[in-house]
Structure formats: structure tokens, C-alpha cells
Design a protein around this ligand. Structure first.
Ligand code: MLT
Length: 259
């Protein structure tokens, strides 16, 4: 499917893959920062999320990865630094599996490699049915309880509001399709040892969705990886601590990724 996207700046391409149930606007601070420093930032909406138009009942991680490759073809981008957050990491894992030569480096934010167990599959189907029946309102509750760090909730009302708006702007159909796609994802654990590009793993110290063990599991298996934990940040660490996140990302792309 054709994706809606943002394409800003010129120079080395960075493709930014958003999490669930969000959209490409979550990368605003990274796009501003990197595009001012010699990078071309491409951020698509994935599957039926954001401004994409899709009636699919399921958006698989493989479909999303192939859509990203097609967008890169359209934009004449041969290879790029691929940066994903959470669901975006599942897509990044599929992408590097399918198109290894198109990846210059990986940045994995709040990632998990293991596949879903039966309980997770059942929960995701229940969430898909609920969102189709009720809309996204119920998902807003988890923003302050699971997604964001305590300090973000207490001190950064603009971030809390922005995340809430993103969640509420997500179409139920696209959200249900992405839930089903995540329920159908592969276990990426065995792919990790084959990743032969530099990888940066970023974890939010107070992430209530991903545990530090999820990040360590990946760091232990990718041969050339480094793990950075960001304080006072939860699952949306790039929005919660943008200055620190940008510094970490920039140090990595300037210092560890071949030009
Ligand atoms: C995300 O932020 O993309 C989601 O937490 C991913 C997931 O549900 O596994």
C-alpha cells in the first residue's frame, strides 16, 4: 500500500518507524534535530495508522516492512539507518531480514524480539475487538499508567496531551489490524545474531511496556550493539526526553555508522 510520510532534510537517510497506536508525528523532535545536521529524515505512517487509508483486517509486520521498502524505492533511497520504536522495531526486524543490504544501521527503541505466546495473542484479539466496538478512548488510560514515566506525567503536560491526541486520532480499523499483525509476528530472537550492522538499543528506565530484560536480551545477541538506558523516560523515550534521546542517537550515527 502507498504510505503517507514526512521527508525532510538532505544527506544520509534515516527512516523512522513509529510505535503503536501512534503515527509518524511522534518523531517530530528527531526530524527537526537530524534534518538540521545533515540527515534526510523519512517517517512513514505504518499499516492503517496515522493518515494512511487502509481497509485491511490485518497489517502484518512483513507487509509494513515491504511498504517501507517500496517507499524507499519511490524516494530513490537505496539504504538507510533504520530507527524503530516498539512496533516499529518489529517492522525493523522484518525489514533487515528481508532487505539486509538496505540497512546501514539499526536504532531500536523499546524493542522486544521474542514472539507472542498464546496469552498475548488472545489479549491482542480482545483489544482488536474492543477497539472496533468502542473506539480508542479506553486506550488513553494506559498513557499515564504504563506508557510514560512518572516525571513526564507530573511535569510535561504538553507531552501527555500530545500522546493522548495521537492515540485518539488513531482509526479503530487500523488499530485492530495492527494488533492482529503484532499477534501474528514472528519470533525475531534467532535473527539477532545475523545482524551485521551497528545497532543502538535505547530503553526508557521507567518503560511499563518493555522491561530492561527485553533490551538486554537483544543487546546480548546482536554482535555489534550498544545499549543506552534513558532516565526519567518511559516507553516513549524520544518524546519524553528529546534532548537526551537526540544526543544519544546523534553520537551513535556520527561515531559508529560508516558514512
Ligand atoms: C508499541 O509501542 O508499538 C507497542 O507497545 C508494541 C506492542 O504492543 O508490542
Amino acid at each position: 500500500m502507498h504510505l503517507t510520510y514526512t521527508d525532510v532534510g538532505s544527506g544520509r537517510p534515516v527512516v523512522l518507524l513509529h510505535g503503536f497506536p501512534f503515527n509518524r508525528s511522534m518523531w517530530r523532535e528527531q526530524i527537526d534535530f537530524l534534518s538540521a545536521r545533515g540527515y534526510r529524515c523519512v517517517a512513514p505512517d505504518l499499516g492503517g495508522l496515522g493518515e494512511n487509508k487502509s481497509d485491511a483486517d490485518i497489517s502484518t509486520m512483513e507487509d509494513m516492512a515491504r511498504d517501507v521498502a517500496a517507499l524507499m524505492d519511490e524516494l530513490k533511497i537505496d539504504h538507510a539507518i533504520i530507527c524503530g520504536l516498539s512496533m516499529g522495531c518489529y517492522v525493523a526486524f522484518e525489514f533487515i531480514h528481508l532487505f539486509p543490504k538496505r540497512v546501514r544501521a539499526l536504532i531500536l527503541c523499546g524493542p522486544r524480539a521474542q514472539g507472542p505466546d498464546e496469552t498475548e495473542k488472545i489479549n491482542r484479539e480482545a483489544q482488536a475487538l474492543r477497539v472496533l466496538a468502542e473506539g480508542m478512548e479506553f486506550a488513553v488510560e494506559s498513557i499515564s499508567t504504563k506508557l510514560l514515566a512518572r516525571r513526564t506525567v507530573d511535569e510535561k503536560s504538553d507531552v501527555v496531551r500530545r500522546v493522548g491526541e495521537m492515540v485518539l486520532s488513531t482509526g479503530p480499523r487500523g488499530a485492530a489490524a495492527a494488533q492482529r499483525g503484532m499477534a501474528a509476528r514472528r519470533d525475531y530472537s534467532d535473527d539477532l545474531a545475523k545482524i551485521d550492522v551497528p545497532a543502538l538499543i535505547v530503553a526508557g528506565h521507567e518503560d511499563g511496556v518493555r522491561t530492561p530484560e527485553d533490551a538486554e536480551f537483544i543487546d546480548e545477541r546482536i554482535p555489534n550493539s550498544q545499549l543506552i538506558v534513558i532516565d526519567d523516560a518511559g516507553h516513549l523515550m524520544n518524546m519524553e526526553q528529546p534532548e537526551r534521546f537526540n544526543e544519544v542517537m546523534f553520537t551513535f550515527v556520527e561515531g559508529f555508522v560508516a558514512p
